[in-house]
Design a protein around this ligand. Structure first.
Ligand SMILES: [Zn+2]
Length: 566
């Protein structure tokens, strides 16, 4: 699917127009981009059926550019705009706080074209003097450059996974065996490149197919047993053909992590074995290799789920036969954070409910913004009650899914919530979260959060650390204290499953369950196609060693109600 690439191009065109102070066009391109992004249908198919004009926001000239991209993989308009504005917009705009207007000012006033220029200017204290910037912005910029650089080489799990799965699906029918390996199989929050292993006796045919897929931007290497391609969007994919008798050991080897494998090899050596990608060998005899499980068992270990392979104690536990029974990808019964058109979401409640039913959820909670968060459409009590009336109707209409009327309240600087107790009391699910004043010292911040979760109406602490991967640092928080108070007050800590959040992260999930605090998975969906991200939340839970019992989304709707009523 080229939907994402085309959306990206239109976003970039919008930004470039905005920098040139062109009216209306930025909005038009952005709108088209958003609608293409959430189309839920392959745009090439739409093109072939001659229905591009039916996509909202896609007029004649934008439709022509979609055709241009589908056929030639470039859009002349973007190339021209880039020539007029010779700056590295993509990397500059990946610096938090820098929008197109600011980037334009930086270019016009200081000639800043890329991240290096930006870093130098900030270090020399030149940026603070520009109108609309100031010392604080300059400090923010410096802090965020590192994140922006990192972003160059690693990609978010949530965006890579569907692309990789699509490739696997295409290859699957043509080969004998196929598996994803690498950090993607471990479901790490960011991915360097995609590794795919296959068994086939049609090596050259498969490699031809792989290197000629229409999503390939560049073939970096092509061989009989290994080829590397780069997809549009920048991600690299390695395809390796291995022998059937080595498939398990190759899978083990290429899944990693490196530290996990080092430790495993040591165990092999201590047993006078040799372990590599071709198998587990005793002298020259292969004693395991076809199946991954037997590689582990011949080493005296339980099979270890890939998500645990980070050398965080999993090998010792596998030796004792005590690998935890991790939460499974189909254990989750519902979603506890989503937004609709009633605040800043793009879909109606009906659309969200329908999609949740398609997924197979048996409960969901609408948790639209309330209170002072006006930029995100924060509702007042009256409006929220009006939403409640609509939800009552939905509850009547759909008897196969339990719908909770919740809300997301803001934690003020002093730890109070920004809506009244009588308002909170009416909600079936109360999420509390920080949306402003992110910079406070650790003690103050910890007290702020603790005060919020001591509020008797709060059920879930949402996106608890506020971090955004490669974009925004976590707030200063003594998490162990927070977990402790959460547990005492029957407040669940959220694993926000939105791709750039994944907050709590894996390491902190482990800390949370060690303290026996309950976890809640919420996709924070703002469009119906975000609802599928709940699996990323499960991945994080698994990487944090969570079991079914640790996650309240695995409860029946009845038991969940009990938990929410405290
Ligand atoms: Zn939020």
């Amino acid at each position: 699917m080229k939907n994402k690439e085309i959306a990206k191009i239109f976003y970039e065109i919008a930004d470039l127009y905005e920098m040139q102070d062109v009216q209306f066009k930025p909005r038009a391109y952005r709108k088209a981009a958003q609608n293409i992004e959430s189309l839920g249908k392959d745009i090439e198919e739409v093109y072939e059926q001659d229905e591009l004009g039916n996509i909202p926001g896609v007029g004649e000239s934008i439709a022509e550019e979609i055709v241009e991209y589908v056929e030639t993989n470039t859009v002349e308009r973007l190339e021209k705009l880039k020539k007029d504005m010779p700056i590295d917009l993509r990397s500059l705009s990946s610096v938090e706080t820098l929008g197109p207007k600011k980037i334009k000012d930086l270019y016009n006033e200081l000639g800043i074209k890329n991240l290096d220029d930006l870093e130098n200017a900030a270090k020399e204290g030149k940026i603070r003097h520009l109108e609309g910037f100031g010392k604080k912005t300059e400090e923010n910029i410096l802090e965020n450059i590192a994140f922006a650089r990192e972003k160059g080489d690693r990609f978010l799990l949530g965006y890579v996974l569907p692309e990789a799965k699509e490739i696997v699906e295409k290859l699957e029918k043509k080969v004998d065996k196929i598996e994803l390996a690498g950090s993607l199989r471990r479901m790490k929050e960011t991915i360097g490149d995609v590794d795919i292993l296959v068994v086939t006796n049609k090596s050259s045919k498969i490699m031809d197919y792989f290197t000629n897929m229409d999503r390939v931007e560049k073939v970096i290497a092509k061989g009989d047993t290994k080829s590397t391609i780069r997809l549009y969007g920048g991600i690299q994919v390695d395809l390796r053909i291995v022998k059937n008798e080595s498939f398990g050991s190759a899978l083990q080897y290429f899944t990693g992590s490196k530290d996990h494998n080092v430790k495993l090899r040591k165990i092999a050596q201590n047993n006078y074995f040799k372990l590599n990608e071709y198998g587990l060998f005793k002298k020259d005899a292969r004693i395991a290799g076809k199946k991954e499980k037997s590689v582990y068992s011949k080493l005296g270990l339980d099979w270890i789920p890939p998500e645990l392979r980070e050398n965080r104690g999993e090998i010792d536990i596998a030796k004792k036969g005590n690998i935890p029974d991790l939460i499974k990808y189909d254990d989750v019964k519902g979603d506890l954070q989503m937004h609709s058109k009633w605040s800043d979401g793009s879909n109606t409640m009906v659309e969200m409910v329908e999609e949740s039913r398609n997924i197979g959820h048996s409960f969901i909670a609408f948790t639209d913004h309330v209170g002072s968060l006006k930029v995100a459409g924060g509702m007042d009590k009256k409006e929220w009650e009006k939403q409640g009336k609509k939800i009552d109707k939905l509850k009547e209409k759909y008897d196969d899914i339990t719908i909770f009327h919740g809300l997301e309240a803001n934690i003020k600087k002093n730890g109070e919530l920004d809506i009244s107790d009588s308002f909170l009391n009416e909600a079936e699910v109360v999420l509390a979260s920080i949306h402003s004043s992110f910079r406070m010292d650790k003690k103050e911040m910890t007290n702020r959060v603790i005060k919020a979760i001591e509020n008797r109406y709060v059920n879930i602490l949402s996106h608890p650390t506020g971090r955004k991967i490669q974009k925004k640092e976590a707030i200063n928080l003594e998490l162990d204290k927070v977990f402790n108070v959460a547990k005492e007050n029957n407040v669940a800590i959220e694993i926000n499953a939105y791709p750039e959040r994944l907050d709590l992260n894996d390491v902190n999930v482990k800390r949370a369950i060690d303290q026996k605090v309950k976890l809640s998975i919420g996709t924070d969906s703002h469009r119906k196609d975000h609802l599928r991200y709940y699996k990323l939340g499960i991945a994080v839970a698994r990487r944090g060693w969570a079991q079914k019992i640790d996650v309240i989304n695995t409860y029946s709707a009845r038991n969940l109600k009990k938990f929410l009523n405290k």
